[in-house]
Design a protein around this ligand. Structure first.
Ligand SMILES: C[S@@+](CC[C@H](N)C(=O)[O-])C[C@H]1O[C@@H](n2cnc3c(N)ncnc32)[C@H](O)[C@@H]1O
Length: 510
C-alpha cells in the first residue's frame, strides 16, 4: 500500500530476543504478597544460573562474524573486564541503574535532570548497539555543559532474568553499594492497547518480577517504573482490573518501599506528542515526591480553566516541530501507493481509515475498527502516540502530497537529541523509538526525584498515597466494560480474528 522512495530497508531479525527465548530462561512467578516486612522479604523470583554479563561496547567482531553474532547474549560465555566509570559517582553525582534501557529515552531524560547512568542494560542487540554508539559519540547533555550522555556507563547486553546486584555495581564498589535510582520500563506489550492484553499470562509480563527482585537485591534509594496505561486496568489472577498494579505496589511494600502512581501525558510536559503512560515512584526512606506539575496544556485554556501564563504554556504542536526540522532526505520518504492510496489522500487531518467496524480483541473498550497504520496527523495538535511500528502517521506536505513521519522525526517527537545514533534496520529503529520513554516526561520526573534525594532521608518512612481518582475511575469503567463485552472478546480472540478487514471509510481521531 505504500512505496518507500529508497531501497527497502531490511527488517531486523531480532537475533538477540530469539536467542534469549531459545535459552529458555525460566519465567518468574508473579507474586502477590501482603505487606509484611520488607527487608526480610525473600525475593519471589530466583535468577537462573547464567554466565556473567559483559560489556558489548568493548567487543570486536572476529573476522568474518557479523556484529549481531558477537552481540548475541546466548553466545556470551566470558565476562569482559569492567572499564572504570570515570563519570558515574566520581563527582558525587546521583547514580542511576537503568534496566530495560532500550534506545535510552529514559536515560536521556534522567541525565538531563542531573542523574548519571552507571549501568544500562537490555537484551536486544540493536538497542545496546545504539547505547554504545551514543556513548562513543559523547553527545552533550542539554543543560549540563560538562556532561556527555552515558559517560562512563557500563552497557550490558544481558537478559534481566540473569542479572544480579553484583552485576550492576560499579567497578570497585563495595558489596553494600546502593544506586540512588533504579529505573526501567519492562516490555509493555502484555498490557498495551496495541497488543492483545494477555497481561500476566504473557511471559514478558513476568519480567516485572525480576525488576522487583533487583530492587530487593540492590535496595536503591528510589525506584522509577514506567509502563503503558493499560497496566492500570490490567486484569490480575482473579480477573479484577487494577489487580496487577496493586500487586506491584504490594510487592514493593513487602520490600519496605512506599509508592505513588499516576498517568502522565507527555504533551503536558512540553512534548509535541500525546502519549499517556503509567508512572510509579517508590522509596523506602525518602519523601515520595509529588508528580511534576504540567508545564503545558491543551488550547484554549490551561489546566482547571486557568489562563496560560509563564507557568503553563499551550501544547507544542506537531506542525511547529516539523517546521523546525530539516526536510527529510528523499530516501527516507514513504508515500502512499496501492489500492488504499486514494482513500488516504482524501483524509482530513485527524482522520484515519476504518477497518469496517469489526470488533478488535485488543482494546479494553472493543476497538471498533480504527487502522493504526492509516491516520493523517493533525499538525495543529501534538502528534498521536508514536508506536513501535514502522507505519507511523501520515503528514500532508505543503504541496499537498502525503508521506509518513520518518524515524528521525518520530525520535525527535520522543524527545531524543536529533543526532541520537539509532542502530539497526528500519523496523528495529522504529521499534526502539516507539518503545522509548518520552524524554521530556523522564526529565520532569528526574527533577522531582533529584530534589527529594537532595533533601535527604525523611524523618518518618514514606507512606503510599491512594490512587488518584482518575485511575480509580478507569478501573471501575474497565470492570463494567469487561462485564458487558468480555465474553464476546474472548470468543473473537479464540477465533483468531483480530486482523483488519481493509475497508476504508474515514474515522475521526479518537
Ligand atoms: C519499553 S522498552 C524500554 C524503553 C527504554 N526505557 C527507553 O526509554 O528507551 C522495553 C525494553 O526491554 C527490553 N527487554 C525485553 N525483554 C528483556 C529481558 N528479558 N531482559 C532485558 N531487557 C529486555 C526490550 O529489548 C526493550 O528495549
Amino acid at each position: 500500500m505504500e512505496r518507500r522512495a529508497s531501497r527497502r530497508a531490511r527488517p531486523t531479525a531480532g537475533v538477540a530476543g530469539r536467542a534469549a527465548a531459545r535459552r529458555g530462561a525460566r519465567p518468574a512467578p508473579f507474586a502477590v504478597r501482603d505487606g509484611r516486612s520488607a527487608h526480610r522479604a525473600r525475593p519471589a523470583t530466583r535468577r537462573p544460573r547464567q554466565e556473567r554479563p559483559r560489556d558489548p561496547c568493548t567487543r570486536r567482531a572476529p573476522a568474518g562474524a557479523s556484529v549481531s553474532a558477537t552481540l548475541d547474549p546466548a553466545t556470551s560465555a566470558r565476562r569482559t573486564p569492567r572499564r572504570a566509570a570515570p563519570g558515574a559517582g566520581a563527582r558525587g553525582e546521583a547514580q542511576l541503574v537503568s534496566l530495560f534501557s532500550g534506545a535510552g529515552g529514559l536515560d536521556v531524560g534522567l541525565e538531563r535532570a542531573g542523574w548519571s547512568t552507571t549501568v544500562a542494560t537490555d537484551v536486544d542487540a540493536d538497542c545496546v548497539r545504539t547505547l554504545c554508539a551514543a556513548q562513543r559519540a559523547a553527545l552533550p547533555v542539554r543543560g549540563r555543559t560538562s556532561h556527555r550522555h552515558l559517560q562512563g556507563a557500563r552497557l550490558l547486553l544481558q537478559d534481566v532474568r540473569t542479572l544480579s546486584a553484583a552485576d550492576l555495581r560499579p567497578e570497585r564498589a563495595r558489596a553494600d553499594w546502593r544506586p540512588d535510582l533504579l529505573a526501567g520500563g519492562p516490555p509493555c506489550q502484555p498490557w498495551s492497547s496495541a497488543g492483545h492484553q494477555r497481561g500476566l499470562e504473557d511471559p514478558r509480563g513476568q519480567l516485572l518480577a525480576h525488576m522487583l527482585r533487583l530492587v530487593g537485591e540492590l535496595r536503591p534509594r528510589f525506584v522509577l517504573f514506567e509502563n503503558v496505561r493499560g497496566l492500570v486496568t490490567a486484569l490480575g489472577p482473579t480477573g479484577r482490573p487494577g489487580e496487577v498494579l496493586e500487586s506491584i505496589q504490594a510487592d514493593l511494600a513487602a520490600l519496605g518501599y512506599a509508592s505513588r502512581v499516576a498517568t502522565l501525558n507527555a504533551a503536558d510536559y512540553g512534548a509535541a506528542q500525546r502519549r499517556v503512560r503509567l508512572l510509579l515512584l517508590a522509596s523506602a526512606e525518602y519523601e515520595l515526591p509529588e508528580f511534576p506539575a504540567p508545564t503545558h496544556a491543551r488550547l484554549p485554556s490551561g489546566p482547571q480553566g486557568l489562563p496560560f501564563g509563564p507557568e503553563v504554556k499551550p501544547w507544542v504542536t506537531l506542525g511547529e516541530t516539523l517546521d523546525a526540522l530539516p526536510a527529510p532526505e528523499e530516501a527516507e520518504v514513504v508515500r502512499p501507493a496501492g489500492p488504499r492510496a486514494a482513500a488516504l489522500e482524501a483524509l482530513e487531518p485527524g482522520q484515519g481509515l476504518r477497518t469496517g467496524g469489526r470488533v478488535e480483541a485488543n482494546r479494553p473498550g472493543g476497538h471498533w475498527g480504527y487502522r493504526q497504520d492509516s491516520f493523517l496527523a493533525d499538525p495543529s495538535l501534538p502528534s498521536r502516540t508514536i508506536r513501535a511500528a514502522s507505519t507511523p502517521d501520515w503528514v500532508r506536505e505543503s504541496d499537498g502530497r502525503l508521506r509518513r513521519l520518518t524515524v528521525r522525526e518520530c525520535a525527535v517527537l520522543q524527545g531524543f537529541p536529533a543526532d541520537w545514533p539509532l542502530q539497526g534496520g528500519a523496523a528495529s529503529r522504529f521499534r526502539q523509538v516507539g518503545n522509548a520513554v518520552q524524554v521530556d516526561v523522564a526529565q520532569a520526573l528526574g527533577e522531582v526525584l533529584l530534589q527529594s534525594l537532595r533533601r535527604g532521608p525523611a524523618a518518618v518512612p514514606p507512606v503510599s498515597p491512594p490512587w488518584p481518582a482518575q485511575l480509580l475511575r478507569r478501573t471501575r469503567y474497565t470492570a463494567m466494560e469487561h462485564r458487558v463485552n468480555g465474553a464476546h472478546r474472548v470468543r473473537v480472540r479464540a477465533a483468531g480474528q483480530a486482523g483488519a478487514s481493509g475497508a476504508t471509510s474515514p474515522a475521526v481521531e479518537a
